[in-house]
Structures are given as structure tokens and as C-alpha cells.
Design a binder for this molecule. Structure first.
Ligand SMILES: Nc1ncnc2c1ncn2[C@@H]1O[C@H](COP(=O)(O)OP(=O)(O)OP(=O)(O)O)[C@@H](O)[C@H]1O
Ligand SMILES: [Mg+2]
Length: 274
């Protein structure tokens, strides 16, 4: 961590920046959500983003995905300014985002069909990715027949099947029970190791942010901006031992105290306004 006198920690510049977020700002009418967001994410890097509810994490992912137009600054992927949904970017949502009327197979095939991939190739890729996320045998099941964890595995397979260069994860495991969540975290890490991408991982869980990320970005304030970027400095591949390592605890405590300061400040402002 390289801390500055004002308490702000600056990121180490990654060697190859696949995603460049440059002076990004977003407003919804009178509401200024975030401003002056600057962040570069490497080709094989996982950056976790934490921050209070409503600080604009989902909105930021949508700016990267080209679904929301920023009011200031820009996002570039491989040097190209994002103005419409770019190729090679896949999103995994908190609420799975599956089509209830489509089978697991058809849900996973969706992105590939959209891109006009030939039928034979779709079948091979879909089956491979269903297997990769541990859902072999459930190809013909419908989402209502699956547990939350299995639905999220389907969402993950759908995103991975398009072989994205950029993976945007918006609290992907938030609706899943703690045990399944831990299993999926390590499965995702295993899959990422076999095919590293540029990944932005939004979460409310500090442990998850530290476990997944090479860096953890803490958003704070209203409008929010980057308050701190913390290098986790944890070895990869990440195994369960990481969770009990002194470094993991150190980083977790650090992120926790930063977020607590924000919560206490918000509480004070609320008291003063009464
Ligand atoms: N389409 C929209 N129109 C108007 N306001 C919006 C729109 N989308 C988001 N907002 C507002 O922008 C702010 C940021 O929303 P966003 O969903 O990005 O926050 P978040 O950090 O993802 O929150 P959470 O942690 O609860 O998911 C919120 O105040 C939200 O009400
Ligand atoms: Mg959100």
C-alpha cells in the first residue's frame, strides 16, 4: 500500500491496461452519483469495488458495459472509447438475470446465439461451460428447478461461454447462502486461473473483496469518488489458506475501518440534519 499524507492510497499502475476509466462522472438529474473516477485495470487483474449502497457501483459497471452514458470522462477498453456495448465484455448480475422460460442450455447459449456463432460450435461451447461450472446433467432444467447457487452457476457459464476479455461481476454471490457462496468464490478463482481476464468485482462483502481482488477500490462520499486503492498483495492461486493468513486479516481490517469511517460520517450528518 502506498499511502499519501492525506490518507489516500494510490494504485500501482498495472503494466497493461485493458480497462481505462478516465475522469468518469455520472449524474441522474440533480443527483451527482460519482465524479472524477480514475482507474486502470490490467488484462489479467481482478479489481474489487466496495462502497456504501447507492454510491454508484452498478452505474459504474454499466458505464464500462456501454449501457449508461457518462456525463463526464470516458471508459476505454483496449484503447477504444466505450459508447455502445462493446464486444468481449460479459456481465454477471446479482439476481442471476436468467430467462425463466429457457433451459440451462438455452440460457448459456444466449450470448453466443446473439453473436451469430455457428450451431455446432455453440453446442460444444455450451456443454463445455456447463461442465466447467459443475452443472453437467442439468442442461434441460429450467431456472425454477435449480437452487440459487445453481442458477448463479448458470449465469456464470453464460458469461464465460462468450469467452470475454472483460468480466463485470455485480454482487454475483449476494443472494446465495454462505456455504455455497464460499464454494463459488473458489470455483470462480479456479476458472479465472485457467483463463485470466480483466475482472471488476463489485461486492458488499469485505472478505470477498479481499479474497478475489488484486486490488480493492473503496468508494466514498457524496458524490462518491475513489477514496483508497489497496493492493491486497496476496499470492495466487488463492486457496482457502489465504483466509487465515495474517496479510488477509490486515487488509480486511484496513478496508473495514475505512468503510466504518464513512458509515460514522453518514450517521453524524444524519444527526446534525435533525
Ligand atoms: N436509471 C436511473 N435513474 C435515476 N437514478 C438512478 C438510476 N440508476 C441509479 N440511480 C441512482 O444512482 C445512485 C447509484 O445507484 P447504483 O445502483 O449505481 O448504486 P450501487 O452502489 O450499485 O448500490 P447498491 O450497493 O445498493 O447496489 C442511486 O442513488 C440510485 O438511486
Ligand atoms: Mg448495485
Amino acid at each position: 500500500m502506498t499511502r499519501h499524507d492525506d490518507g489516500v492510497t494510490l494504485p500501482a499502475a498495472p503494466s497493461a491496461g485493458r480497462i481505462e476509466i478516465d475522469g468518469l462522472a455520472k449524474r441522474f438529474g440533480p443527483l451527482s452519483v460519482f465524479e472524477d473516477i480514475n482507474l486502470t485495470i490490467g488484462e489479467r487483474e481482478i479489481v474489487s469495488i466496495v462502497g456504501p449502497s447507492g454510491c454508484g457501483k452498478t452505474t459504474m459497471l454499466r458505464c464500462i458495459d456501454g449501457l449508461v452514458k457518462p456525463d463526464g470522462g470516458e471508459v476505454r477498453i483496449d484503447g477504444q472509447r466505450v459508447t455502445t456495448p462493446p464486444r468481449g465484455v460479459a456481465v454477471v448480475f446479482q439476481h442471476f438475470g436468467l430467462f425463466p422460460w429457457k433451459t440451462v442450455f438455452e440460457n448459456v447459449a444466449y450470448g453466443l446465439r446473439l453473436s451469430g456463432v455457428p450451431k455446432k460450435q455453440i453446442e460444444a461451447s455450451v456443454l463445455r461451460h456447463i461442465e466447467l461450472v459443475g452443472l453437467a446433467g442439468f442442461e434441460k432444467a429450467y431456472p425454477y428447478q435449480l437452487s440459487g447457487g445453481m442458477q448463479q452457476r448458470t449465469g456464470l457459464a453464460r458469461a464465460l461461454a462468450t469467452e470475454p476479455q472483460v468480466l463485470l461481476m455485480d454482487e454475483p454471490f449476494a443472494s446465495i447462502d454462505a456455504q455455497t457462496r464460499e464454494i463459488l468464490q473458489f470455483e470462480l478463482l479456479r476458472i479465472w486461473e485457467s483463463r485470466p481476464t480483466s475482472m471488476v468485482f463489485v461486492t458488499h462483502s469485505i472478505e470477498e473483496a479481499v479474497l478475489m481482488g488484486d486490488r480493492v477500490v473503496v468508494l466514498r462520499g457524496r458524490p462518491s469518488s475513489i477514496h483508497e486503492v489497496i493492493e491486497t498483495g496476496l499470492p495466487r492461486p488463492r486457496t482457502r489458506e489465504v483466509l487465515s493468513s495474517p496479510r488477509f486479516n490486515e487488509v480486511r481490517e484496513h478496508v473495514w475501518s475505512t468503510l466504518m469511517q464513512e458509515a460514522e460520517q453518514a450517521e453524524r450528518e444524519l444527526q446534525e440534519s435533525r
